[in-house]
Every structure is written in C-alpha cells, then in structure tokens.
Design a protein around this ligand. Sequence first.
Ligand SMILES: [Zn+2]
Ligand SMILES: [Zn+2]
Ligand SMILES: [Zn+2]
Length: 151
Amino acid sequence: MGEKFFKLQDLRGMLSKNGYKMTPQRKEVLQIFFDNDADPHLSAEEVHEFLKKKDFDFGLATVYRNLELLCTLGILSKVNFDDGCTRYELASTDPKAHQHHHLICLKCKKIIEFEEDLLEGLEEKITKKSGFEIVNHEVKFFGYCKNCKGK
Ligand SMILES: [Zn+2]
Ligand SMILES: [Zn+2]
Ligand SMILES: [Zn+2]
C-alpha cells in the first residue's frame, strides 16, 4: 500500500521539465486513466475508444504517440499480460517503489492489482547470494478470481 500515483496537475511540470508543451491531446489521454480508475490497465485502442465517447477524435496514431510520450516521462508505465496487447497504467511517483503485482484470471481475463510487495525477503536473499542489485520486478499470478473459482 501507500503507492502514490501521478495526477493531472503533475503533467504540466513534467512536460515543461523535459522540453514539451501541454497540449489538449496529452491532457485528455492522461485524463482517461483518471476516468477509468476501476480498470487501470488500458490499451491504446481502449484509450482511443474512451476518447471517442467523450467526442475527442485524435486518431489512434496520435493516441499511441502520446501514450509513449507519457511513458517516456515516467507518468505511465507499460504492462504486458502475455495476450499480445500492450497496456498502460499510471506510474508511481516514487522512483524507488517497486511494481505492484498482477493477478490475472484465466477465465474472465480480469486483471487484479495486488499492492503489497511481499518480496523483500526474497530480494534480500537474491542480492546476498548473487550480488545482483534488484531495482524492480514484474510479477504475474495466473489463476481464477473469486467469481470464477470453482465454476
Ligand atoms: Zn520488491
Ligand atoms: Zn474471473
Ligand atoms: Zn497494475
């Protein structure tokens, strides 16, 4: 717990710090992630669809370019759930924070966030044994969610 994520008001500062200007496209693409906090992992196509519903027709290539820029700035991060589709989610404001874990339901394909790290002991062991310095990890658990389990 305790992960703090980027907010819309952080965008202007992050853009200007890196030599970019605020544009309606950049703002609205990011806004989609705040509008959809129930489903925080969105593909470029999904972001494009949500924008269309709000009467913003930026074109898929523009949406994609802006998503990539928001990743470069560290506001979004890319997640891949092995289904051939790249998704994006809001990044943590703490550069030292490790990625939360993802629980992927094999039946309904729902992706559940699991916020606790719980790997500190394992990380320590790995570092001790191999001298490897761990800065992050990407952990996916595959199985069945509460609703699909036992069906
Ligand atoms: Zn960790
Ligand atoms: Zn399920
Ligand atoms: Zn996530």
